[in-house]
Structures are given as C-alpha cells and as structure tokens.
Design a protein around this ligand. Structure first.
Ligand code: TPP
Length: 783
C-alpha cells in the first residue's frame, strides 16, 4: 500500500512540476494525469505480461507503476528530446502523455511480447484508441481458438491476454466508442474498458456529453445476461482504493477467463490542474466543484485511508511525499540537462563555424552579429542554430571560402541527422520492407478464368502458406464477399480466418490494426472504396502513423482491401484517390488494373512489413484473365510502373479501371496516326521510384495523365511527381495534360458513367487535340 502511495505521489509531483516547466517556457505544451492516479494503480495490479493497453494521455501513473517509463524519460518527452533511449515513448515526435512500448527490436523483428507489458502507441484524436483496442482484444480470441497459431509463442500465451482500454468520459460521445463497444459485445473478446469520468471534456460538462450523464447507465442495454452476448459493467469511485482494487481484479479475471468484455466506469475522478497547460479550469468549474475536487482528490483520500488503516504514520507519509518530490525534481533536472547538453553542443559548433566565417567574409559584421546572438541566446533550439547558419550562407552567397564550405557540409550532415530524428520510419526500414521484395513474374497456365477466380485461388494459396493471415469484412465470410473472391474460403479455413463483420468500417480497420500489432497478418476488407471514408480517419491518424510515431518501435502491417472506380451510381463508383493518398502517407497505395496484378501485389505485401491499401477494379471480377500457376509466389514490385504498350508519339499514364480504357483508346489513336506509349503506374504510393515515366517522355516528348478522380485529384498528383520530382518539364514539346472525371460524383447508370467519367472517346480526343495543336494540317480539328 505504501509503495502504491509512493507511486501516486511520484506521478502527482510529475504533473505539478510538468505544468510549471511548460508555464516557464521550457516545454511547449503539457497534459497530465493528475486526479487519475489511483485507478491506474488498480489497473496495473490486474495487468499481466503479454497484455496490451490502448489508452490516452492521462495514463502516466500506469506507465510509471509498471516501470515502462521513469520520471527522467517523462520529462525528456515533455521537452521533445529526440534521443529514442532517453525518450522511449516516441523519440520526441509526439506531445507529452502519448505513451507506448516497444514491440520491435532494432532490426524491426518482433520482440517476445508475452514477456513484456505492452502498450500500443497513443494518438491524440479523442476515441481514436478505440478501434485498435478491438483488434488487440480479438487477437487473444484467435490465438486461443485457432490451433494454427499455436507456434507463435512469442506473441501470445494461448490467447490469455486482455486488452485494456482507457478513455475520458467526454470522449465516449464519439461514434468510435460506441462502434467499438457494440462490436466487442457482439464478438465477445477479452477487453476491459475503463472510463476515467471527471465530468468534463475540457470545459463542456457531462450533461452536454452523455445521455443521463452516465456512461454506465447509457450502456446498460449492453449488459450480458443468461444466454445473451454483451458486456459486464462495473462501477468504482476514483478515490476508493479497496473498491478500485477489487473491481479491477474481478473484472479483469472475468474477462481474461471468459473472453467477455467489461466496462469499468470510474466515477468521481478529479482534475486538480484542469485539462492541460492551455487554460485554467477556474473559468468553467464552480467554486463548489473546485472545493469538492480538493476533498475527493484520490491522493488525498488514499492518504486518509492509509492513516485510518494505521498502515503508516503522518511522518512516514511525509517522508514519502518529500522523497518523491526530490526524486521528481532530480529526474526533471537530469532530463533537462541531457536535453540541453545535446543542443548546446550543436550551438557551440554553430557559433564556432560562424566565427570562422566572420574572419573570412567580406561582411564580417553581419556574420559576427549572427554568431554573437546565437552565443548569448537563452536555451536556443535547433531551429535557432539552423536559422543562423542558413542566414549566414545567404549573406555570403557571393563568396566561396573554406569556412563557408564548412557550413555547407555541416548543414548537409545536420539534414541527415534531422531526417533520422524527425522524418525517418514513415515506411519500413527493415529487411522486409515491401520495396525490397524480389520480383517474381507470373507463370501463366493458359487457362482463362474470371478475374475473381484468379484472386480466389491466389488467396487460397496465401492462406495455406501463411497461417497468420486472416480476412474479415462485410459479407466476406459466409458468401465469400460480394464479388465472391473469397468464395468457399470459410469452409476451408474456418470462421476465425474468414469472417463476417457488422457494417462498421472504422472498427473493421481497427480490428486490422490491433491484430497486426500483435503479429497477425490481417486483410481488412472494406466493401467499396466509397465507404473507405468511414475508416479514413483511423487510417490516417492511427494506421499510417504507427511506425512513424514510434520511430520504428511498433508496426501494424495491415492490408486494407477494397474495390472501386467505375461501376454504377454516386456511391458505387467513386475514385477519390487523391483524397486518400494524400491522407495516408505511411501506407502504400496499390491500384492494380486487373486481378493478376492485384494478386501479385497481395503476394508482395504479405512478404513485407508495411501497411497498404489495395483498390481492386470493381468491373474486373468477371473479365477473363490468364491464371498464373505460381500462385502466392509471383510478385508485383511496388513503385515500379509497367510499360504495357510501347509507342513513340505520346506517353499515356494511368492506372486501375481507366487504364483498360486507355488500352482501347490506344488502338483508335493508332488508326488516327498517333502511336501511344501506355504506362500503368501500378502503385500511387510509392510512385515510379526509378523514373520510368521520365524516360518514356524523353522518347515521346508528350504526356497525358488520365484517371477517374476529380479534376486536380490524383492526375495532378501524378503530374506533380513527374514534372517536379522527375524534372521532365524541359523534355516536353506540348503542355502536359490531365484528363479526369467531372467534379461531381458519377451519375447513375451507363449514361451517367459515360458523361461523368473519362470515356474512350474522351481519351482519344484529349490525346488527339495535343497533335492538332502541333500540326493541324496532319491532324485536323475534329470539332
Ligand atoms: C477528435 C478530437 N476532437 C477534439 C479534440 C480536442 N480535445 C482534446 S482532449 C478533449 C477533451 C477530452 O475529454 P475527456 O474525454 O473527458 O478526457 P479528459 O481530458 O477529461 O481526461 C478535447 C475536446 C481531440 N483531441 N480530438
């Protein structure tokens, strides 16, 4: 009990000092766990090695108590120290209070997750931790019920792990919370969801947040009873130590054993310092509320309880309090010293370089001033050093002395260091990066089958090859998907590997993230591309950032499988590729033109360790394709476009369904005397890594980018890549062109499609016009 008291004091002191550090300008922003200490102590007692947390920014006490974080590291995070050993939560990439453990070793391989306490890396959007929590919990169920996974002893101990969620009461207003709670109740997974209820979401009280002002009451219809599914609901007071301990012990044991979700509604939580360093709670809490919170502060109540129990004397408690205050101060000081040491050393180097330049430069005064200002600056940041050095280079732009070159070299080295500090690990840097997977061409059997059959047979081979692969989605299980590319797979591989879900795209994706974080290889199916928007927020905020926000210490190689582009109607034929690909940097975006290419991409991705989106062509499932015989083996490299038809006059760049129209358009262009080279980009992210398109343009001197996105959408993305990154502007004899769909979503039916999206006629005429502009006598105007 006294150790617990020490821990809550330590955590509280950290919060108090943390706030001061921000208010005195040493850190930018602070959000702390004061008032939530005791409940988290109770949570740690029920948390076992192998378990997973998916929580939010209040959980520092939990992290301290399990020794996943110490005070010095906490302050290193507050200062945004970029050293990943000193700041193991995110290496300075995230705001303070965003916690996470390390699932991967330096080479990107799984550590033994069963032997450590695990926390998935937090994100800031409220309730954004919920969808992944579902997958973290579901993984236990799969490890328990799927014998094919029993060899993965480093990932699970027979599925006995519980996934712990934490959330603030106000964030339960988010749809993601409800979607997750419903899905967990339907799926019956070992998940213990704690709500820290302090009655406010920043300044907005519960009466504007939650029906009946009680999340446990609101969820009472979810309560399990004989013969139903559902959850168990517990309530405990945030300041009541024995009640909290008993509640967590009971709930977690029940959930662990029976794989049934539980809700623990922790009430009467306080927030002694208000929401964050961005404001003061005196503005919106009444005097009575503030007074009540002082009395029912969990640390104060715990202290009273200890005295009442006779477990310690007043003096002994004071000793603990003084001790923790000293400890926290020492930890903060050490963290600050280490943080400053690194940057101060960089400053010294910068000042020395500037002084040297001042001696040599004709504008010695300006450079000396830069040096002097930097030298006397109080606690400068990296930015200040870089600003001064870059300014010096601009001032001396007409000079070329040795000291100036030294600054240039220094800045180049700094750029590399800063890439590692601030920009690395957006994608996998391990040996299993999908960009490093060998290309294996398909060996065609000559048997012509429907495109869906190519996929279906390839999936069967993949599921046989990799026991950790599974898929789920709306209609994916029993009928094998609306396009039947999983037909019969459930019969072969069972309901735990090929399963149906509710209509809930965000948590389908969340299942994928959680499962992948526990070492499985989920293919999360979103029925249609247009409905990916329901999951897009979670793809952007969680999935695409997992590796980046942990600097490579966690990963979630989910494959998001969907189908789109043209079919029929406003919400069944959208192709919002730019909106998607500009939202999910950190994932690969594959846009195969047919099912052989799609299958090859799945084969590549499953050998790799990055998340990806694959958009199959909705109109391609019934087209005849040559069935490869080396199923699950042939691969399509990512970022490598394919010249599908060679030509000499114009380069047509496209992908997906539109690409197939370009093929037909090219025949007609040939008849009109124009030889088109057709390039399928295959993946939009990464995009043409070896600049194949630029080489094509060197030959043809003309280029057009065609797709079904809105004007200014993915065609402009491709144009930018080729013009800017590949620097092809000077190769062109005609202005580069884009051809896209109309700005509105596509109208219904064949005619709606014809008018709304680029047709063969549109493509032929758009290309032809380029030649009419150049040589109207040979290519007379059509209109
Ligand atoms: C999606 C989203 N909307 C708004 C915010 C801004 N915001 C951060 S914390 C917060 C209040 C959360 O209150 P609650 O869930 O009760 O947790 P508490 O901070 O009280 O522990 C808000 C509105 C956010 N981070 N994410």
């Amino acid at each position: 009990m006294l150790e617990d008291y020490r821990m809550v004091c330590l955590s509280r002191e950290t919060s108090l000092l943390g706030r001061k550090e921000v208010l005195t300008g040493k850190a930018k922003f602070g959000i702390f766990g004061d008032g939530k200490e005791l409940a988290q102590i109770a949570m740690t007692k029920a948390f076992r090695k192998g378990d997973f947390r998916s929580g939010y920014y209040r959980d520092q006490t939990f992290m301290f108590a399990l020794d996943l974080l110490n005070v010095k590291q906490y302050f290193a995070g507050l200062y945004a120290h970029t050293d990943e050993v000193k700041e193991p939560m995110s290496a300075g990439r995230q705001m303070n209070g965003h916690f996470g453990t390390q699932s991967l070793d330096a080479a990107g391989n799984w550590k033994n997750l069963v032997e450590q306490y695990n926390s998935s890396a937090d994100i800031s959007p409220t309730a954004g931790q919920m969808p992944r929590l579902l997958g973290l919990a579901q993984a236990s169920k799969l490890f328990r019920l799927n014998d094919g996974l029993s060899h993965l002893t480093h990932l699970s101990n027979g599925g006995n792990e519980v996934a712990f969620g934490t959330i603030g009461d106000a964030s339960t207003s988010e749809g993601l919370f409800w979607e997750t709670m419903n899905a967990a109740s339907v799926m019956q997974v070992p998940m213990v969801m704690s709500v820290w209820d302090d009655g406010f979401g920043i300044s907005v009280p519960k009466k504007f947040q939650t029906v009946k002002e009680s999340i446990s009451e609101a969820l009472s219809g979810f309560e399990i009873s004989d013969g139903t599914n559902g959850i168990r609901i517990y309530k405990a007071k945030a300041w009541n130590y024995p009640e909290l301990l008993a509640t967590f012990e009971d709930a977690v044991a029940f959930s662990r054993e029976n794989q049934i979700p539980c809700l623990i509604h922790v009430e009467e939580v306080t927030q002694p310092q208000g929401h964050s360093t961005s404001g003061s709670h005196e503005r919106y809490k009444t005097a009575e509320q503030l007074e009540w919170a002082k009395v029912y502060d969990c640390n104060v109540q715990f202290r009273n309880f200890i005295l009442l129990e006779g477990a310690a004397t007043e003096e002994e408690l004071k000793d603990i309090e003084d001790g923790t205050r000293r400890e926290v101060r020492a930890g903060q000081k050490a963290a600050w010293a280490e943080y400053r040491e690194e940057i101060d050393t960089e400053r010294e180097v910068g000042v020395a370089l500037l002084k040297e330049l001042a001696q040599e430069s004709s504008d010695s005064d300006s450079i000396s001033k830069l040096a002097a200002d930097l030298e006397k600056a109080m606690d400068p940041l990296r930015k200040d050093i870089l600003v001064a050095l870059r300014k010096a280079l601009r001032i001396t732009r007409a000079e070329n002395g040795n000291s100036r070159n030294k600054i240039k070299d220094h800045l180049k080295a700094a750029e590399e260091l800063n890439h590692d500090r601030y920009s690395s690990h957006l994608y996998s840097e391990s040996d299993r990066s999908p960009l490093k997977i060998n290309q294996v061409d398909p060996e065609f059997s000559g048997e012509m089958v429907d495109g869906r059959v190519v996929l279906r047979k390839n999936f069967e081979a993949l599921f046989t090859k990799y026991p950790e692969v599974l898929t789920f989605g709306e209609d994916t299980g029993k009928i094998g998907g609306v396009n039947q590319s999983m037909e019969g797979m459930q019969d072969i591989f069972g309901i735990h590997r090929v399963s149906d879900t509710g209509i809930r795209e965000a948590t389908i994706l969340g299942q994928g993230i959680g499962l992948a974080m526990r070492g499985l290889r989920p293919i999360a199916e979103i029925q249609y591309l247009d409905y990916l928007y329901y999951a897009l927020q979670i793809m952007r905020d969680d999935l695409a950032t997992v590796r980046y926000r942990t600097k490579g210490k966690q990963m979630a190689p989910v494959i998001v499988r969907t189908r789109g582009h043209r079919l029929e109607g406003i919400w069944h034929s959208g192709s919002p590729m730019a909106a998607i690909l500009n939202s999910i940097r950190g994932m690969h975006v594959c846009v195969p033109r047919n099912m052989v290419q799609a299958a090859g991409m799945y084969n590549t991705l499953l050998q790799g360790d990055d998340p990806a989106l694959v958009v199959e062509c909705l109109n391609g499932y019934r087209s005849k394709e040559n069935l490869p015989s080396n199923l699950a083996e042939f691969t399509v490299p990512l970022g490598v476009p394919e010249v599908v038809r060679e030509g000499s006059d114009v380069t047509i760049v496209s992908y997906g369904s539109t690409f197939n129209l370009c093929l037909q358009a090219a025949d007609e262009l040939n008849e009109l005397g124009i030889s088109a080279e057709l390039i399928d980009v295959q993946t939009l992210l990464p995009f043409d890594l070896n600049h194949l398109i630029s080489r094509s343009i060197q030959k043809t001197s003309r280029v057009i980018f065609i797709d079904e996105d809105v004007p200014g959408g993915a065609t402009s993305f491709m144009l930018d890549k080729v013009m800017n990154e590949q620097a092809t502007f000077f190769e062109l004899d005609s202005p580069p062109k884009t051809l896209s769909a109309k700005a509105h979503l596509p109208a219904y039916g064949t005619d709606g499609d014809y008018i709304s999206k680029p047709s063969i006629e549109d493509i032929v005429e758009a290309v032809y016009e380029m030649f009419n502009e150049v040589d109207p006598s040979q290519f007379p105007a059509i209109y």
